[in-house]
Design a protein around this ligand. Structure first.
Ligand code: HEM
Length: 499
């Protein structure tokens, strides 16, 4: 009966797509287990077009009309249960609020702190410049054989975002300076088995809950079968967020000025003590901070790693030369210890083109952003019943051949095309999502990346460690594995001082 219902009676029956995917959610779950959900969906779009049915109750889109209707202003679509994965200590945060009202209130509270104006001014401007300066010193301190980018860029991203979140005194990390306990926080992010745990939580929620709550002999018996060893993913980051909040709030209660380095936590503290309606509780603040940290570390580090790697490939040498030309032409007096002021972030046209191209092709959040609506709707001529899961992915949008010529080619010059072409490409560029749920940290991260890339290429040129020219790095994003799909896998990008 279920087969007949899903294939012949369901209102989604006319939507193109393979029958097996329409029949059972486990077909797509298998792709997810194998770490290739997003790539599979992209192949299905190539085969079946911009609207595909990828599950008994799930439809995937790849069009601007769908983007506007699902994610645009006033859209009735809400986050699905999937986002509950981002809750910490059972408390919701910007990532996980399903309710648009709660989300809008929290967003309003933090909007100014993350605005472009705030990010380009001190104290944030100084923080970013300081961390870039420290990264250059870190690189200088490595031996002449080159440095390992993946880890060092995670140190950079962690130290920067933690300082922005917590200020200098109560939770900012010193991973670049070699602090082992701060570096250990990255263990949460690096652990590849977190991918499996997410899969288990999504598809076998009750079983997973049961497996992780057993004690005594049962716990011992189950231990070898756990998708991720205890303590499970992000425990360290969440513990750190809670401790930082406790330290901050204790000290802040005796401080005259709580604008501690302009930190995000101080914005929440001031709201907390003002005790307005729905005032933020301790765990809500820690939950918010932990998630910004998790949202801001591997996204930033992975983008920068792919960017440096792509520029280092012999085939992309010409782009690296153009970038070096732009940054070496900048007047020397604006640089302090090799670092440009953040105020230049927007003005370096080629640096921005390179970053945008890295975010296009190696976008660190490439997967579907699932939504559902309590109302029926019509999208791209198909009736979508209430509570159907719908979604789009940056991965597919960024590979539309009609918009991005040779989409798999890393080509920063495409962003210098005539204006109408760039306008069209910008409409499809979705690395930071769009609408009410667009990335909160995008101004911060764009400033970090432009400043770091300009500083690096002012001082260095980069090349791949010999022997690794034909292989690509591989990263984990949520429950998937991503790499440059034109190459075989793995890795090492060396960074050598300019001769
Ligand atoms: C290259 C770096 C980054 C990229 C590509 C990126 C991308 C994204 C995307 C695509 C979303 C929407 C996800 C979804 O709805 O499923 C998002 C949301 C978010 N990001 Fe980022 N992000 C980056 C860096 C950061 C940083 C540095 C921070 C924090 C300081 C941050 C904080 C957030 C927050 C809080 C949200 C939730 C926003 C909301 O729903 O209101 N992100 N980001």
């Amino acid at each position: 009966y279920q087969t007949i219902k899903r294939l012949l009676i369901s209102p989604l029956r006319n939507i193109p797509g393979p029958k097996l995917y329409a029949l059972t959610k486990w077909r797509l779950a298998l792709d997810e287990w194998q770490g290739k959900r997003t790539r599979t969906i992209h192949q299905l779009h190539q085969l079946y077009g911009p609207v595909i049915r990828i599950g008994p109750n799930e439809v995937h889109f790849n069009s601007l009309t769908a983007m506007r209707l699902i994610y645009g202003p006033g859209a009735a679509f809400e986050l699905t249960e999937f986002y509950r994965l981002f809750e910490a200590y059972g408390k919701q945060n910007l990532f996980s609020f399903a309710s648009s009202r709660q989300h809008a209130d929290r967003r309003r509270l933090l909007a100014h702190a993350y605005s472009k104006t705030s990010v380009l001014k001190n104290p944030f401007g100084e923080v970013v410049e300081g961390k870039v300066r420290q990264y250059l010193r870190y690189v200088d301190g490595q031996d002449s054989k080159g440095i390992e980018l993946f880890t060092s860029l995670h140190y950079f991203a962690l130290d920067t975002v933690s300082h922005v979140l917590y200020g200098a005194r109560f939770g900012s990390t010193s991973a670049m300076a070699g602090d082992d306990s701060d570096r250990a926080l990255l263990g949460d992010i690096f652990d590849p088995s977190r991918r499996k745990l997410i899969w288990f939580r999504l598809h076998l929620e009750l079983l997973t809950e049961w497996m992780y709550t057993q004690t005594g002999i049962l716990e011992k018996l189950i231990r070898p079968f756990l998708p991720m060893k205890k303590p499970v993913t992000y425990s360290g980051v969440r513990q750190h967020a809670l401790q930082s909040w406790k330290d901050f709030s204790l000290a802040a209660s005796t401080m005259e000025d709580t604008t501690e380095d302009g930190a995000i936590i101080s914005v929440m503290f001031r709201y907390h003590i003002s005790q307005k309606d729905g005032y933020l509780q301790d765990l809500e603040i820690a939950s918010e901070c932990a998630d910004h940290l998790l949202g801001g570390v591997d996204t930033t580090a992975n983008t920068l790693m792919f960017l440096l790697w792509a520029l280092s490939l012999p085939v992309n040498r010409k782009y690296q030369m153009k970038l070096i030309e732009e940054v070496t032409k900048l007047p020397g007096e604006v640089f302090h210890d090799g670092v440009p002021p953040v105020a230049l972030a927007d003005k370096m046209v080629y640096v921005n083109a390179v970053i945008k191209e890295a975010l296009r092709i190696y976008t660190p959040n490439p997967a579907t952003q699932p939504r559902s609506s309590p109302l029926n709707s019509t999208i791209d001529d198909y009736v979508i019943p209430a509570r159907t899961v719908v979604g789009m992915s940056a991965y597919s949008l960024h590979r539309n051949e009609q918009v991005f010529e040779e989409p798999l080619k890393f080509d920063p010059d495409r962003w210098l095309s005539p204006k109408p072409t760039v306008v069209e490409m910008n409409k499809w560029f979705w690395a930071f999502s769009s609408g009410a749920r667009t990335c909160t940290g995008k101004n911060l991260v764009m400033t970090e990346m432009t400043t770091l890339v300009a500083a690096i290429y002012r001082e260095y040129s980069t090349s791949i460690v010999p022997g690794f020219e034909d292989s690509t790095p591989v990263v984990t994003s949520r429950f998937e594995l991503f790499h440059d799909e034109t190459m075989s896998c793995m890795e090492k990008v060396g960074m050598m001082p300019k001769p």
